[in-house]
Design a protein around this ligand. Structure first.
Ligand code: F6R
Length: 242
């Protein structure tokens, strides 16, 4: 694992955008695995800025997102579809049909998960997967569990995740109870994994995930076994690592 220790959120975002840009420049039709949440917003902003300057071209890029709430349609402002369009897809020259997320409106979970796995396979797999990390070490919606989930699957959200995500909804009742997410096995198949973490509130979990034992109780800890992981974290997030 390569660790880039950076000063703050802004530098984390610039470094992550740099790494993604290098990927796009060296392979214009790269398959990018993307994430939502507050951590990657600055990274997407930086990519948009470089695109506007004429330094980046997304015309051949393909994207697959980690996860999507089950039951939210595309117009719903809390859907990850909406998030991705707002922060990235609508602001760069990526053709809409080259962007992919699990379809939250498909009620048939098994079918949808199979479709998504097959789709990723047909794209030739993920070149680089961008990941944020939850306070309990979740990646995508892979929560602490007894075992690592392999493939894309439908999850029941944990109470802690519902509580953490309710800030985006009118009330906790409106937070969907289920989501589709790539599995840990799906994530590990990416050629390269880029993890971004910022803030003191993530310091404990950064230490556990990357310097602690590998356990499904800390889903991100499995990333220690991947041959090409880049961790970009700011000083606050690395403050518990000696
Ligand atoms: C989002 C995702 C989640 C987030 C995680 C951290 O697509 O898969 O695992 O990366 O919940 O969220 P933030 O960045 O809001 O702290």
């Amino acid at each position: 694992m390569r660790v880039y220790a950076v000063k703050d959120y802004r530098e984390m975002s610039r470094k992550a955008a740099n790494i993604l840009s290098a990927q796009i420049i060296s392979k214009p039709d790269s398959v990018l695995g993307l994430a939502t949440g507050s951590t990657p917003i600055g990274t997407y902003e930086q990519l948009v800025e470089w695109y506007e300057k004429g330094d980046l071209d997304f015309s051949e890029v393909r994207t697959v997102n980690l996860d999507e709430y089950k039951g939210l349609d595309k117009e719903n402002k809390q859907s990850y579809y909406y998030f991705m369009h707002r922060h990235l897809f609508d602001r760069v020259n990526i053709p809409q049909e080259q962007t992919h997320l699990p379809d939250g409106t498909n009620a048939e979970a098994e079918k949808e998960c199979r479709r998504y796995e097959e789709l990723m396979e047909s794209l030739g797999g993920i070149d680089i997967q961008l990941l944020g990390m939850g306070h309990n070490g979740h990646i995508g919606f892979n929560e602490p569990a007894e075992a690592f989930a392999k493939e894309t699957h439908c999850v029941d959200l944990q109470e802690s995740t519902i509580q953490a995500n309710k800030r985006f909804f009118e009330s906790a009742e409106e937070v969907p109870r289920q989501a589709y997410t790539m599995g840990i096995g799906t994530i590990l198949r990416a050629v390269r994994i880029l993890v971004i973490v910022s803030g003191e509130d993530k310091a404990d979990i950064v230490k556990k995930a990357f310097w602690g034992p590998i356990t499904p109780q800390v889903p991100a800890s499995i990333l220690q076994l991947h041959p090409d992981v880049i961790l970009v974290a700011d000083e606050a997030a690395l403050s518990k690592v000696t």
